[in-house]
Structure formats: C-alpha cells, structure tokens
Design a protein around this ligand. Structure first.
Ligand code: ADP
Ligand code: MG
Length: 701
C-alpha cells in the first residue's frame, strides 16, 4: 500500500507545527524564545506546554510519559509514569503538569556516577531539554532530558554536550563580530552520523553465548568466504534485508528522524544507515533512538542487529562517521568557503580553528571514541589508525602552503593562485579521500570524524570537538580583539600564518594504514594511543582539565568521575568477555570435542573388532590432533582464569592498573585460547557443534 510519507514523517513528534496549533500565541512565542535563545522557561509557559503535550499525546494513543535521559552507559534510560490521577470518586483523570514536564526525580543511585555518589546525595533529577522535540514511542510520551545529581553535577552525556554547544556558540559569535560580521547572533554545530551495523538471524544468535553476553563472537573459525570478493559493498539488498530497511525507515520517519541513505557495507551481513544532518543535540538524541529502533525492528523480522564495533574477526567491524560543521543563525555554513573574499577569510579562520583544535586536543579526541570494542578496530587496517590526523586534500593544502609562504594575501586580499579566481573554489571531495584511511577528513564543507565506534553515543566526540574548537576561537579572539578595523586583514593573515606553522604537523593526506605513517607520525610528535587504557589517563592531564574547567564543560569532580566510569566500564566488559569465553569453551566447545573424540575412538575399536588387520591410523592421527588441542585449551583456560582473577583483584585497588592488566594479560590469553578453539572448530562436524559457525551467521540471511 502506498504511504503518504510527508504525512507520516514526524507524525509521532511534538513538533513546531503542532506546538503552534495547540499553544496560545503568547505561550508559543515564549517557548520559541526559550528554544532559540536558551532563556529561562516560566512556570505558566511550562504548564501551558504540558497541557498541549498531554492532549496531543493522548490523541495519539499515549497513556504514559517518561523523562528520557542518557546516563554514562551506552544506552538511554527511561521510567514510565502514567497520566492517570485519581479524581476521588473511583474515577481517574489524565493529568500532566508543567512541573512534571520540566523536572523529574529518578533515583540516581543505580547509575554509574564514578564516585560522585559517595560525596553527594543519591537523588538525581532530570531536566527537560526543550531544544530536542518530545515524541511518542510504544504508547509513551518521551521527553528528552538532561540528568544531574541533586547538587547539579552532570551524570549524563547531554548536559556537557549542551554546555559545549553553548561555549562554541559564544566563542564563534565573538570572533565573527571581530571579523566584522555583526549580524550573526547564534552559531550552532551540526552533525550527521553515519551508522554501521550487522544483521544476523535470531535463532542462530540465540545459540551463541558470546553474542548474547558480549555482542561479539569470542571464538569462531573463519568462513570459507569473507569479504575478499568485494561483492557486498553497495550490493543489491537481499529481500529480508530490504524488508527490514523499509520498516526501519518508516519507524524512523514517524519519529522525525530523517533517515536518508541505506546500503550494504564491506563485510557480509554488514549495512549502513545515514540520516540528514541536524543540530548536534538533536542528532545525538536521534542517533540513540536510531540504534534502539534498529534493534527493535530487527526483532520483528526475526533478526538481531549487532551494533558492536567488532562482532566478527577477520572481516571489517562497524564504526560511525561523525560529519560535523558549524552554522550561523542566518544559515551560513562556516566550513563552506563562501562566495566572497570576506567569506573566504572567515572560512579560513574557522578551518584553522578546527585544525588547531584537533592538533591541540588529539589525545582527548582519541579518548572520546575509546572503548574496548573500538580498540579492535582502530589501527587494524579497516578503520583509521589510533593516530589522529587531518586529511585536507591537495587543493586546500596548497592554499594553506601559500598562506604560510606569504603568497596568498600578497595582492591585498585577492587570491594569487593557479586557480585564477578571486575567491577560493568550493572544495569538492578529493579523489584521494576515497581510501578512507584518514581519521579526520575535510569533505568540502564539513569535517568527517571517522574514528567513532558503532555502539557508542556520539555525544562524547562532539563534546570534545565543540570545546576544543571553542578554545581555538577563544585564543584567536584574544589575538584580534584590540586590532583596529583597518589592520584586521593583516592581523588575520599573520594569525593564520602562525597557526598553520604551528599545526601543519597534524595534516596528512597520505595512506593512514601504512607503517611508514606510524613512524612519520611519531617523528612529528603526534599521539598514538593504541588502546583504551593507554588513552584514558590523558583525560585527567593538566592541559585537558584546564580546557574543561575554562569552558565550564566539566567540574573537577565530573572529570574524575568520568575517568573512573570509563576505567570501570573497560574492566567490566573485559571481565564479562573472559567469563563468557570460559563458559563457552567449557560448556559448548569442549563437550563437543570430547564426544567427537569418543566417536572416533569407538569407530577405531569397532574396526579392530571386525578385523584386527584393518588400519585405524586415520582415527589415531585425528585423535592425536584433537587431544593436543584439548590439552592446549585446558592449559590456556587455566591461565585465562588465573589472570582474570589477578586483574580483578588489582582493579579493586587501582583501576588503571587493573584495566592495563585486563588489556595486556586477559585479552592476550583470550587470543591464544581462541586460536586453539578455532583450530578445533574446523575439525569438528557441524552436527556436534552446539553453536553456529561464521559461515552460517554471515551468509544465512
Ligand atoms: P559519505 O560520507 O557517505 O560520502 P556524505 O558526505 O554525502 O556521505 O554525507 C554524509 C553525512 O554528512 C550525511 O549525514 C549528511 O547529512 C552529513 N552532512 C552534510 N552536510 C553537513 C553539515 N554541514 N554538517 C554536518 N553534517 C553534514
Ligand atoms: Mg562518510
């Protein structure tokens, strides 16, 4: 049946059109002012909005509301309250007040707080974020909120994200005014996150403990075919996948999520979805929601959507590309070269602010994408390396060179370049960009940060990006603030020159997958923080603490609590993986191996019983091989258990040392154990294996 998409789109969202229809004019205006300028929301406005929201929600089948928030886990949290309120005579009315809309008080004590709980009250509260629209899902009105401890410490990802957007706004507007662009009142950041994922059959999934508990396979021999034929990327969609993607689009569109592009990815069973970009906090909320809906819709299609960064060894894992830019309230993309020399100057200032930010804060950018899952990707020749560098493309790199060498502005503002034009060209995506090896690429009018893992919220990388760019802009403003208008052009030129000189080391247009680049990056003094435990301590280094405090993104306590939460998270995940692997070897693989050995031994003795001369050398050889593998596995299992116990103990007293022990010992024990397990798996008949192989998982849909 044909669907009216424009009518369907956003039908479950309390959007601007509905607000305008439902709210009294003055209330609507007051709410718009709050949304646009972040001004305080008066209680009478909140009451009026609450009534309108409730009416609309009930009309659309909702019975409950929830303050939806993003604690320091990778998933969102919600507690549902119904609208009912006893009316005294055994009847109920449907009720929802402004107070209930604006503030909620969930018990915060069971969410990660990284020590904040010890010093502060267990109570927490959620506060409505009116800049991200409310929506209905499964009969509940969802109200996007920020989540704080009672004394105001952020316990979530939205609060610092909103703070970072505000600080970037302030610094961007300040410098635009200094550059003579007085009309701009507000600058927002924009994000378009491309999301990769795998689909596997639900029956197969439910037979694998590793997928159930860890979201990734911990053992599994490669299938005869992987991604080497390069026949999956952009390939025709299989009917079951196409049906899934269709349903997914419909669900997302109803929620006002502008899902735009869908295609098969490089690995078998791997796919991608990209929405049209939006204001950062809306894009972050939408990405969380997208991941949730992806799983829900998969379940309806009797499949499971895997968002883990590395579900399968030997084929690509999944990431997320964070396309990022800045836009003024009059609609100018600040990373677009523009059409006039003045716009070009503005563009170059913002471009250099980003380049400087990425160079100065490469370590925290790396941390912002750090997770045990993503550690399997970064630097593994399928994703960008753990070294943060910037791809600019040849053309733009030439422009910067000419500025550095004083050739660019020498003709008083006019560009003296081969391009011949008086203004910068619009930089089209460079062909060399197709290799996708750069972690941070300029793609014509935006940057694409490509180190993100597929499972994590995109909040963290954007918090860092916004804040680091705000800091560059702040420093630029300091340099320019006392310059008289007639000298501004010269001063900007000098500033750009210095910044290029100081930060060009972070620009790298070559192939990021090569060993030469790793060596070269080291020579240039760039960070190469390979694993999460290597990277995390940089979060609390004085340079970075200063950045966060200066821009009021995190308090000192929030910084330390987040650091602790990340370490804890790393430790817990590796601990669960180790436990799961032990269980799978002991309860699934080893029993299968023993039955096979028994079968072989029985065959051999039956043969001998029939005729003593008959050869049983094949059975003997196979038994010997399997026994060898069994012994190796037994031994590795004991080592893994002992090292896990040690790492766990260590973590109790020193979380960083504990995390390192998990990374250096436990992970490598798991790898060794896996190598024997996978050899055993290849020898076992499918009928005896209690869990599905890679071949089945990857090629059965
Ligand atoms: P690809 O990287 O796959 O070639 P595109 O570059 O066309 O795809 O777009 C990727 C994403 O970038 C999309 O989500 C798109 O909406 C987003 N995007 C485009 N312009 C901007 C912008 N100014 N700010 C943020 N994201 C943007
Ligand atoms: Mg992309």
């Amino acid at each position: 049946m044909a669907q009216n998409i424009p009518e369907l789109y956003g039908s479950l969202v309390f959007n601007d059109r509905i607000m305008r229809n439902k709210l009294p004019k003055d209330m609507y205006k007051a709410l718009k002012k709050t949304i646009q300028n972040g001004t305080h929301l008066e209680l009478d406005v909140a009451n009026s909005v609450a009534v309108a929201m409730k009416e609309w929600a009930i009309e659309n089948g909702a019975t409950h509301y929830t303050h939806w928030f993003q604690p320091m886990t990778n998933v969102t949290a919600e507690k549902h309250d119904s609208f009912i309120s006893p009316a005294g005579d055994g009847q109920v009315i449907m009720d929802f007040s402004g107070k209930e809309l604006v503030k909620g008080e969930p018990d915060a004590s069971s969410f990660p707080s990284g020590g904040l709980r010890a010093t502060f009250e267990a109570r927490g509260y959620t506060a409505w974020d009116p800049t991200s629209p409310a929506f209905i899902k499964d009969g509940t009105l969802y109200i996007p909120t920020a989540f704080c401890s009672y004394s105001g410490e952020a316990l979530d990802k939205k609060t610092p994200l909103l703070r970072s957007m505000e600080t970037l706004n302030r610094e961007a507007v300040k410098i635009l005014h200094l550059l003579g662009n007085q009309d701009v009142k507000h600058v927002s950041t924009t994000v378009g996150p491309e999301q990769e994922y795998f689909l596997v059959d639900k029956d197969l999934y439910s037979k694998r403990r590793d997928l159930i508990f860890c979201g990734r396979t911990l053992i599994g021999a490669p299938a005869p075919k992987g991604q080497e034929m390069e026949d999956h990327y952009f390939g025709a969609l299989k009917p079951r996948v196409a049906a899934y993607m269709h349903d997914l689009d419909m669900e997302l569109w109803k929620l006002g999520i502008p899902a735009k592009t869908k295609h098969n990815e490089v690995a078998p069973a791997q796919h991608e979805l990209a929405p049209v970009f939006d204001t950062t906090n809306v894009a972050v909320d939408h990405n969380q929601l997208t991941m949730e809906v992806m799983k829900k819709v998969a379940d309806k299609h009797h499949m499971v959507c895997l968002l883990h960064e590395k579900p399968f060894e030997g084929i690509n894992g999944s990431g997320k590309h964070n396309n990022w830019s800045m836009i003024t309230d009059d609609g100018v993309n600040l990373l677009d070269p523009g059409k006039t020399p003045a716009e070009n100057t503005q563009f170059l200032v913002f471009l250099m602010a980003v380049i400087k930010a990425v160079d100065d804060y490469a370590d925290v950018l790396r941390i912002s994408v750090a997770s045990p899952g993503n550690d399997h990707r970064l630097g593994a020749n399928e994703a960008p390396p753990a070294i943060v560098s910037i791809f600019l493309g040849d053309e733009l790199t030439e422009v910067l060179k000419s500025i550095e060498k004083d050739e660019y502005f020498s003709n008083h503002g006019a560009v003296q370049m081969d391009i011949g034009a008086k203004v910068l060209p619009h930089f089209v995506k460079d062909n060399t960009d197709r290799n996708r090896t750069s972690p941070f690429a300029f793609t014509g009018n935006k940057f694409e940060f490509r180190m993100l893992g597929s499972a994590a919220s995109v909040a963290n990388p954007n918090i860092i990006l916004n804040t680091a760019v705000a800091e560059s802009l702040r420093q630029f403003s300091e340099k320019l603030k006392d310059v008289p208008a007639e000298n501004m052009e010269h001063a900007v030129h000098e500033l750009l020159k210095t910044v290029i000189k100081d930060h060009k080391r972070v620009i790298f247009n070559g192939n990021g997958y090569t060993d030469e680049w790793v060596a070269e990056a080291e020579k240039r003094g760039l960070y190469n923080l390979k694993t999460t435990p290597d990277a995390l301590p940089m979060f609390i280094s004085p340079k970075n603490v200063r950045l966060f405090l200066e821009h009021k993104i995190f308090t000192e306590q929030e910084i330390h609590s987040r650091y602790e939460i990340w370490l804890e998270n790393y430790i817990k995940i590796l601990h669960i993986e180790s436990n799961t692997m032990c269980e799978m070897i002991q309860k699934d693989l080893m029993p299968a191996l023993l039955s096979y050995m028994e079968q072989i031994a029985r065959t051999a003795s039956m043969k001998k019983a029939v005729s003593p001369d008959i050869s049983t050398s094949g059975e003997a050889a196979l038994l010997k091989k399997l026994t060898g593998l069994q012994e190796h596995m037994d031994h590795c299992l004991e080592t893994l258990k002992a090292d896990t116990l040690d790492a766990e103990k260590l973590s109790g007293s020193d979380s960083l040392a504990g995390a390192k022990a998990y990374q250096t010992k436990v992970l490598s024990d798991m790898e060794t154990l896996r190598s024997y397990a996978d050899q055993a798996e290849t020898l076992l008949p499918d009928a005896l294996l209690p869990y599905p192989t890679y071949g089945k998982l990857l090629f059965s849909i």
